[in-house]
Write a protein that binds this ligand. Structure first.
Ligand SMILES: NC(=O)c1ccc[n+]([C@@H]2O[C@H](COP(=O)([O-])OP(=O)(O)OC[C@H]3O[C@@H](n4cnc5c(N)ncnc54)[C@H](OP(=O)(O)O)[C@@H]3O)[C@@H](O)[C@H]2O)c1
Length: 313
């Protein structure tokens, strides 16, 4: 099969398309014929070698975590799908493989593709929607009527967080550059703030501050968090671990770190929201597999609106 691979750690040039053996699904896996995949910052970090402790030094490495496609083979222990079913999902851990014609996926890490969206759109959903859902629901305990602020609101995770917070009945303040404010209002944001112009709170207190972009540390946000407010970060940095540890016992206001997990039940929730027209995938651009280098370059601009998708066919 054709697969995008990383041939050594480095810049986008280390990506190339290789003929690789088609994976053989184990008994608890399905083989998916991938129709589309999506790029995440995680892919670019792995490519640069930031996580080489986990990804090792055996090249070529497969790449990509988000996929949408059709089930091509079903392991003996998998009972909830059949060959030909359209599915979408996310690989867990550090071994990618979604940017390829076929990928083997464990049971519980995929579910039926949402109806009414293309494979390209479905591939834009898993990692970012699960991150937003797990951060807002599991870590921050979102409830109707809460004031929620999303920093980095127009990117992959942010554009899902704004929509999911609105579905959950929150009032949403979105932080992005001004050029994305109309877009964020179209997703339901109640007010938008340009990150280049100072005051975020404007007298407001937030029950949840979701720092998706990773440049608003807990200590800088504390004054605008309500008494039992929660700050959640997506970005693994030393100050995040420190804030999480310190606030665990010594503060009403809590700091949390979300680490996304691939969960079939959460993918099913996202599918229902998409099918009901409540949540929409946001696709910034679509590249063919052969142009995966360009896709990584776009991802690394840090100004993508929603997702970069790889169309595989
Ligand atoms: N821990 C986890 O499980 C987990 C899961 C998912 C993602 N992450 C991490 O979360 C981060 C965001 O991921 P993502 O996929 O959402 O990234 P992304 O799509 O690349 O985010 C791009 C967005 O960031 C915004 N942005 C740029 N500069 C900004 C600034 N100074 N202040 C606020 N926003 C700014 C941009 O808005 P403008 O274009 O308007 O400037 C753009 O829309 C990454 O570091 C990623 O690795 C972690």
């Amino acid at each position: 099969m054709k697969a995008a691979t990383i041939t050594s750690y480095g810049p986008p040039d280390v990506l190339s398309i290789h003929d690789m053996p088609t994976p053989r699904p184990r008994s608890d896996e399905v083989l998916v014929r991938v129709r589309a995949a999506a790029i995440n910052p995680k892919d670019t970090f792995i490519r640069k070698g930031r996580f080489k402790r986990f990804t090792g030094r055996h090249f070529p490495l497969l790449t990509g975590f988000d996929f949408a496609g059709e089930v091509a083979a079903v392991g003996a222990a998998v009972t909830d799908t059949t060959v030909g079913e359209a599915v979408y999902g996310m690989l867990d851990g550090w071994q990618g493989g979604a940017c390829a014609e076929y990928v083997a996926v464990k049971a519980g890490r995929f579910c039926k593709k949402p109806e009414g969206v293309s494979f390209d759109e479905a591939a834009a959903l898993p990692l970012v929607s699960l991150t937003a859902l797990q951060a807002l629901r599991n870590h921050a305990g979102i409830a109707s009527g809460m004031q929620v602020c999303v920093n980095g609101a127009s990117g992959g995770v942010g554009s899902m967080a704004v929509q999911i917070a609105k579905i959950m009945g929150a009032e949403v303040t979105a932080i992005s550059s001004e050029q994305n404010h109309d877009f964020l209002e179209s997703l339901g944001a109640d007010r938008c703030i340009d990150y280049r112009h100072g005051d975020i709170g404007r007298g407001r207190q937030f029950e949840i501050f979701f720092d998706v972009f990773g440049n608003r540390p807990f200590r800088s946000v504390k004054p605008i968090l309500s008494r039992r407010g929660v700050w959640v970060s997506t970005v693994i940095q030393p100050h995040v671990f420190l804030s999480v540890a310190l606030t665990r016992f010594f503060s009403h206001r809590k700091a949390k770190l979300v680490v996304v997990k691939s969960r079939g039940e959460d993918l099913a929730q996202v599918r229902r929201w998409v099918a009901a027209g409540l949540l929409r995938p946001i696709v910034h651009d679509v590249f063919p597999l052969e142009k995966i280098r360009e896709a990584h370059v776009q991802q690394e601009t840090k100004h993508t609106r929603g997702k970069i998708v790889i169309h595989i066919g």
